[in-house]
Design a protein around this ligand. Structure first.
Ligand code: NAD
Length: 284
């Protein structure tokens, strides 16, 4: 199995800074790339403050922080950063054209052995792989937010992902302290295939007047032991993101049981996207 030493993280947003944080903390050399220099400096500040919080809780030593930070370098030059990468983990915006352009660049610039992974929540790994000339070395690594805290990583095998790519990526997820699960490349993988229809059904319950938002969430918290009700969770994820994932399930699986709830569409059209806009099913 090729040894992974240098991890390239593409996209320094919510997920990218978390992935860079964890990889550096686990001893990997990290190159963090974004198109925006501002996003890069915000990401570094976020990593620093999250490390400080970990140190306060005693999870890491204060003296580890400078070494962890020293393992991360940042740049806006993707081709240059890819030159010595053993794996690239793409966590850029959830848009196929953005990902296609990144994977084309990576395919041209990264060494032959470099694995190209995507953290996409809903785009087909097989379709991303087809934009490269190394589909056997393309795979999904689906982390969860916040990455330093959440243990799960779905390892998504595309149509052409090789056994070696899969084994190397699975072992990397374990080395990053995650619990990897193996998932085949079908819409929504496992996580969103189960979570989003549940959220969508909760929105139908609200639309049909079965119960209030608070009561729907209380049923799922107290009756099913969920830490957060589905409508509150939808507000946290973003209603636009929920709608986009339901559209992927509906289109990709071709079954009307994945039809996005009309109330979800209406709230997105009204700009009520949840916590990030201050209002969704609840006010923030
Ligand atoms: P985000 O909007 O916070 O960050 C995306 C970053 O990508 C931005 O900083 C943007 O400047 C950068 N970017 C855009 N185009 C780029 C390019 N060509 N090259 C380099 N950087 C570029 O998004 P996010 O929430 O971190 O999501 C990133 C990916 O992770 C998406 O595919 C998303 O579906 C997936 N994901 C998100 C979550 C979540 O809870 N937020 C969970 C799992 C997976």
């Amino acid at each position: 199995m090729p040894e992974i030493r240098t991890v390239l993280v593409v996209g320094a947003g919510t997920m990218g800074n978390g992935i860079a944080h964890v990889a550096a903390q686990c001893g990997y050399t990290v190159r963090l790339v974004d198109v925006s220099a501002d996003r890069l400096s915000v990401a570094l500040q976020t990593i620093e403050s999250n490390l400080a919080r970990q140190a306060k809780k005693g999870a890491i030593a204060d003296s580890d922080i400078p070494n962890i930070l020293a393992r991360i370098t940042q740049t806006t030059d993707l081709s240059a950063a890819a030159r010595d990468a053993d794996i690239a983990i793409e966590a850029a915006s959830e848009n196929f054209d953005v990902k296609r352009s990144i994977f084309e660049t990576l395919d041209n610039a990264a060494p032959e052995h470099c694995i190209l992974a995507s953290n996409t929540s809903s785009i087909s790994i097989t379709a991303i792989a087809a934009t490269t000339a190394r589909a056997d070395r393309v795979i999904g690594m689906h982390f969860f937010n916040p990455v330093p805290v959440m243990k799960l990583c779905e390892i998504v095998r595309g149509q052409s992902t090789s056994d070696q790519t899969y084994a190397t990526t699975f072992a990397l997820a374990q080395a990053l302290g995650k619990t990897p699960v193996t998932v085949q490349d079908y819409p929504g993988f496992v996580s969103n295939r189960i979570l989003m229809p549940m959220i969508n059904e909760a929105i139908y319950c609200l639309m049909e007047g079965v119960a209030s938002a608070e009561d729907i969430d209380t049923v799922m918290k107290l009756g099913m032991n969920h830490p957060m009700g589905p409508l509150q969770l939808a507000d946290f994820i973003g209603l636009d993101v929920c709608l986009a994932i339901m559209e992927v399930l509906h289109e990709g699986l071709g079954d009307d049981k994945y039809r996005p709830c009309p109330l979800l569409r209406r709230m997105v059209a009204a700009g009520l996207l949840g916590r990030k806009t201050g209002r969704g099913f609840y006010s923030y």
